[in-house]
Structure formats: structure tokens, C-alpha cells
Design a protein around this ligand. Structure first.
Ligand SMILES: [Zn+2]
Ligand SMILES: [Zn+2]
Length: 557
């Protein structure tokens, strides 16, 4: 068992004890242990057992329970609590804003045992009858449950990618000579995938036989569409067709509904027409080939009919790693480790942007530590030249929209990334006031993760995208496309509007370790959907181009 699983077990145990109203002193000590273990640099399972007992914050009881987990893979005390708690109550812990105390009230007093019941109780305003639940809280809980239920059965692109690849590989091995081509939302590189889908010329009965044999349930629908569902609730979709129909089937299932409607209208396309490749479909229509990722918005069709299509950005076009955290704040590697890793992967520069002082939970940097960090970067730059490390900060945008340091400190950075990290619960007016204030600050070069959304778990605060884009254009601020697969924020749907205004985008990995620069690829896949080009992406700038960009930024100050 690794540290994070052990920490998760202690954390869950602590919460369940609180829900049951048991020994709160003990519950607190398990929560504290979870926190400590999560932060440990070494794996507990690799330590000498004696060493475990002397770690600060881990006493005899916790130490024994750690050994129990390493040896047996289980935590008996947790199993006992799990056995006496309804699954619906445990699931409530996944709802934002519902802690053990509130869940205890919901279970014991309101007598709701699952999310469906609780949602119903919210609709009937019953929650407000209990201590600790105002109208506002009830509304928040209701929205959080709706959000959670709406996202069940959905997957992040990055989460499902290895699965899709392995299914394709296995099927191709099993049925040599048959085609299994990925289609649907996955082929369109959507950030969230509900059902991964394939087009195949395999006989429908053979397909079902195969999956039934592997304990999947097989449901045949219309038009040769088959869904198969595994025990883990994973659903896969297959469009079965004749070999001669493969490509028109691939085409129609790779377009959004709006795109396909417009396509039929504009080209007179008949689904019964036979083609031997997707390229032929476009040739016949007299329209340049539109890759599947671009088949979302109907307007794309006209753009590809009339002009030479713009060459969209490719994963290999990232030349610098912008927005990274080192050990100085909440990252797990030193600046040197980050820089050497970036160099080894062929990048030309690295922008270190640790957290600013208000982010105390992330070990944000005060002025004294900043000075020391900058000395370290100077030293490394001498050593690693021509590779360059730039001094940056991910400055919190404070409640009033100001950045986290006075101007004379901000002036010491090569560039400033401004992001909201606290008080995320805002009305649109409040969020806009805060963001616009930060954009106007002459030290702001990049606006970080614009909405604060976390895909499938947090909706993000409401913003007026167009107004932000306009303000960024007016103040020469770059908008980040945070490439973390759970963020992908700003949403790619707004890239065309940003390009219209001449606003640069920056695909940034927001790396907290040297191993996650590759997340840039997820940012690129999303950016392709918005038609981003290399020229409009800051992190595709060469080192001299990036230095010239900094010059123009410093002229604002
Ligand atoms: Zn951030
Ligand atoms: Zn960050």
C-alpha cells in the first residue's frame, strides 16, 4: 500500500467516526495522521518498521495501524465502520460542502440515507429545519448534488485514454482483419467523455459473444449500435456496419449533431453514399479536410470551404514550460530538478511560478524567501545556459482584485501569473470585479485558470468571458489555457473569441512536479478544438521570442 492509500483510509476512518458521533479526540488524531502521511517524502512501506513509530505525529496506535495496512492491505477499524454505515451516507462525503457533522444530521435527524432522498428533501426545503443549514447552505448542497449526479458515468479524457487504447488493441488482436476505429466524443478530443465509441465491421453477434464471454452485458439498439456494460459500470459503444460503410459511418459518428446537420444542409450529403475514406467525403463536397476535433461548430464548414484552413497547434509545438511550482511552495521537485527535466525533454525555458504569500496553505513565498529563491535561479541560469529559467510567481488575486505584493516586489519578477485561489464562491459581479482589477494591474502578464473550474467536481465561478477577453486585449494580458486535464481552463470554446481580439493564449501545465510537463498535450488537444495556432500560443514562442514578449510586458510597468 502506498502512502496516499494509507492516508485516505485514515481520513475516511476519521470522517466515519465523526458521522457516527464517536470519540472525537481519536477521530482528530486519525485526520492529523492522514495529513502527516500525505506529506511524507518517503514511502512508509519501504521504511524499517521502527522508523515509522518515531515519525513526528505518529504514535503507538497509529503506527500499529500503519503496519496493519502495509501487512494486510486492510484497516480493520475502517472495515467495521464501513459495515455499519449505509453506502448512500458514505457517498455523501463526495458532495462539496457536506462534512461529517452535516452528514450526521442528515442521516440521524432528517433520516435521509442517500443522495436522491437528500436532493428531494432540499427541493422541499426540509434541510433548513435543522441546525447548521440555512437557506443558502441548502441551495449550495442541492446544486452540488445535481452537479455530482450529472457527472456520474462521465470521465476525463485523460482518465479514459489508456482504457480506450487498450480496448482497441485487444479487439484488434482478437479479431485480426477487422477494423476498430475510435469515434464519437473521444475522437473529437472532448474534455469529458461519457461513452467511448468505436466503428467496426465486425459482425454484431460476434462482438456481443465476445463481450458476454468477458462478463459484459450487451444491449443492441437501432442501426447496428451496441452498448456493452461492465461490472464497473463502464459503458462502451460500437457502431457495427458493413466494411463498405465504414468510412461514412466513421464520419457521421465523429461529428457533433450541429455540425452534421449543417453538413447535410450545405453539401447535400446522403448517409447512404459510399466512400472509401473520410478524405474522399470532403473531396466530394469540395471542402478541405476538417479533422474530427474541429467538427463541433457548423461555422467551421464555411471557414474550410472558402479559405486555406489555419494550421492548428500540435503537441510538438510547445517550446517552453510556463507555470510551474517547485519545492519552494507546494511542488515536489527542486528548481534544478525541474529545469534539468525540461532540458532533457528539449524545452528551451522554464517559468517558475510558485505560490505567493497569501497562499499559506501552499507554503507561499514571503519577501525574504523570494530573495533567496531568486539567488538560486540566478545561480542555476549561470550553470545551465543557454537554457533559461524565468522568475515568476503565481500571485493570488486577493479579494479586492489586488495582487499579493507591493509594486516594488512585483517589479522583481520576469512575469506575473495572476490567479484566484481563495473565496471561489462568488457572484458573477464579484468575480468580474476581482478579475478585471487584476487584469488592469500593469504587472499581470498571464491570467491563470480563469474560472477555477475542476472538471467533473467543481463548476467554477461565473464569469463574462467576452468582457474578460476584451479587457485582456486592452491590457495585453495573456489568457492561460491551464493544461491540467481536470482544469482545461479557459474553456476551448472561447479561443476563437480570444483570437478575434488578438489575445494570446498560453498552454501551461501548472506542474507541481517534473513529471507532469507532458500534461501540456491535454491542453493542446483542447486548444486544437478552438482552432489555436502555434503563433497565438505563448508557450510555443522560442526563447528569443519569449524574451521579446517580456520586453513588451515590462514596457507596461
Ligand atoms: Zn493556481
Ligand atoms: Zn499553479
Amino acid at each position: 500500500m502506498d502512502n496516499s492509500s494509507i492516508a485516505d483510509n485514515f481520513s475516511l476512518l476519521s470522517k466515519l467516526m465523526d458521522i457516527h458521533g464517536d470519540n472525537s479526540f481519536k477521530a482528530k488524531s486519525y485526520a492529523a495522521a492522514a495529513f502527516t502521511i500525505d506529506k511524507l517524502p518517503a514511502e512508509l512501506s519501504e521504511l524499517d518498521p521502527e522508523k515509522i513509530f518515531v515519525i513526528r505525529g505518529i504514535g503507538d496506535t497509529i503506527g500499529k495501524k500503519i503496519l496493519e495496512q502495509i501487512e494486510t492491505g486492510r484497516l480493520l477499524a475502517l472495515d467495521e465502520y464501513l459495515a455499519k454505515t449505509p453506502p448512500g451516507i458514505i457517498e455523501m462525503l463526495r458532495i462539496k460542502g457536506l462534512g461529517p457533522k452535516k452528514i450526521s444530521t442528515i442521516w440521524k435527524e432528517l433520516e435521509s440515507e442517500n443522495l436522491g432522498e437528500l436532493l428531494y428533501a432540499c427541493n422541499e426545503n426540509r434541510l433548513t429545519l435543522y441546525k447548521g443549514f440555512g437557506e443558502k447552505t441548502q441551495q449550495n448542497i442541492k446544486e452540488a448534488i445535481e452537479f455530482y449526479l450529472g457527472s456520474l458515468g462521465s470521465h476525463l479524457y485523460q482518465q479514459i485514454e489508456p482504457f480506450v487504447e487498450s480496448v482497441t488493441r485487444k479487439l484488434t488482436e482478437e479479431f485480426s482483419g477487422q477494423q476498430f476505429i475510435v469515434t464519437g466524443s473521444f475522437r473529437r478530443q472532448m474534455e469529458i467523455i461519457e461513452i467511448p465509441e468505436w466503428v467496426t465491421d465486425l459482425d454484431i453477434n460476434e462482438l456481443c459473444e465476445f463481450f458476454t464471454h468477458h462478463e459484459y452485458e450487451c444491449i443492441t439498439g437501432d442501426n447496428g449500435y451496441v452498448t456493452v456494460q461492465g461490472k464497473d459500470n463502464m459503458v462502451l459503444g460500437f457502431f457495427c456496419c458493413e466494411a463498405s460503410e465504414l468510412y461514412q459511418r466513421l464520419f457521421t459518428t465523429s461529428c457533433s449533431a450541429a455540425f452534421l446537420d449543417a453538413w447535410q444542409e450545405k453539401t447535400g450529403w446522403q448517409p447512404t453514399d459510399i466512400f472509401s475514406s473520410e478524405e474522399d467525403i470532403f473531396k466530394a463536397a469540395g471542402i478541405a479536410f476538417i479533422p474530427a476535433f474541429g467538427r463541433e461548430d457548423a461555422r467551421v464548414i464555411d471557414a474550410y470551404r472558402t479559405g486555406t484552413p489555419r494550421e492548428v497547434i500540435q503537441p510538438g509545438d510547445i517550446r517552453g514550460i510556463i507555470h510551474t511550482h517547485s519545492k519552494w511552495s507546494d511542488g515536489s521537485h527542486t528548481i534544478e530538478q525541474m529545469a534539468r527535466s525540461a532540458m532533457a525533454q528539449g524545452y528551451e525555458y522554464l517559468v517558475i511560478s510558485d505560490h505567493s504569500r497569501s497562499a499559506f496553505y501552499a507554503n507561499g513565498l514571503d519577501e525574504a524567501r523570494l530573495e533567496a529563491q531568486h539567488r538560486e535561479i540566478d545561480e542555476l541560469n549561470r550553470m545551465l545556459t543557454p537554457f533559461r529559467i524565468f522568475k515568476s510567481i503565481e500571485s493570488d488575486i486577493l479579494n479586492d482584485g489586488n495582487l499579493d505584493y507591493p509594486a516594488e516586489v512585483l517589479a522583481r519578477f520576469d512575469l506575473v501569473i495572476a490567479s484566484v485561489h481563495s473565496n471561489l464562491k462568488m457572484t458573477e459581479d464579484k468575480a468580474m470585479a476581482r478579475l478585471l482589477q487584476a487584469i488592469q494591474n500593469p504587472y499581470t502578464s498571464i491570467l491563470g485558470h480563469m474560472t477555477g473550474r475542476l472538471l467533473l467536481s467543481r463548476a467554477g465561478y461565473p464569469v463574462d468571458h467576452q468582457k474578460i477577453i476584451d479587457a485582456c486585449a486592452a491590457h495585453q494580458v495573456v489568457i492561460e489555457l491551464n493544461a491540467h486535464p481536470r482544469r482545461l481552463d479557459m474553456d476551448w470554446r472561447w479561443i476563437p473569441a480570444a483570437l478575434d481580439k488578438g489575445v494570446l493564449i498560453s498552454i501551461d501545465p501548472d506542474s507541481h512536479s517534473a513529471d507532469s510537463f507532458s500534461d501540456c498535450r491535454f491542453g493542446v488537444l483542447a486548444a486544437q478544438k478552438g482552432g489555436l495556432t502555434r503563433e497565438n500560443n505563448l508557450s510555443s514562442f522560442s526563447l528569443p521570442e519569449f524574451e521579446a514578449f517580456l520586453q513588451t510586458q515590462h514596457a507596461k510597468r
